[in-house]
Design a protein. Structure first.
Length: 186
């Protein structure tokens, strides 16, 4: 199974992707985590991406981030979960080219959504550098706009599952399992 989680900051994408990863025994590839790990290794692409884009509330350009993901995908033939990728039309175009070349088909895209109010409540819990209030507001505005073509593309493909991310973790997880056909609907 190959899955994608998308949505705004603090929608619970990472949490739900990890829960599903444990249930299905599949790796999760978080674009943000891959870039942060590369940043800690002092990779120049990651440094440029975080300093010039992430910390300004913008998506990191594909040429700076995709090599980190491509390496993981090349070694994951039996399925994976992508956390917050593709997040822009540029991401989608690059990912579609890669997928076509490697015969990868995404089974489902989970779009977790939350309100700005809920996002604000959750922000205080995490505390990363790119979680400062003004950066978060910029991320929400910029990234919501950037994400629209991705949402529309997957909606037209008939594989988009829109899920309210403002409930408790277990309720959301159960709904995802139902939508994926892993557990039966009540």
């Amino acid at each position: 199974m190959k899955l994608v989680f998308i949505g705004p900051p603090f929608a619970g994408k990472g949490t739900q992707a990890e829960l599903l990863s444990k249930k299905l025994n599949m790796p999760v590839f978080s674009m943000g985590a891959l870039i942060r790990e590369a940043y800690e290794r002092k990779d120049p692409r990651a440094i440029q991406g975080i300093d010039n884009y992430s910390l300004k509330g913008k998506h990191v350009p594909i040429e700076l981030k995709f090599p980190f993901l491509e390496e993981k995908l090349n070694n994951s033939k039996n399925g994976f979960i992508l956390d917050n990728f593709p997040a822009t039309e540029e991401d989608l175009n690059t990912f579609n080219k890669y997928s076509k070349k490697h015969n990868i088909h995404i089974d489902k895209v989970i779009y977790l959504w939350t309100s700005e109010e809920e996002m604000g409540k959750r922000r205080t819990v995490r505390g990363r550098d790119d979680d400062a209030n003004e950066i978060i507001k910029a991320r929400r505005v910029n990234q919501d706009k950037d994400r629209l073509p991705v949402i529309e593309y997957y909606r037209k493909q008939g594989i988009l599952e829109e899920i309210n991310g403002e409930r408790n973790i277990d309720e959301i997880h159960e709904e995802i399992l139902k939508r994926l056909g892993i557990i039966n609907h009540d």
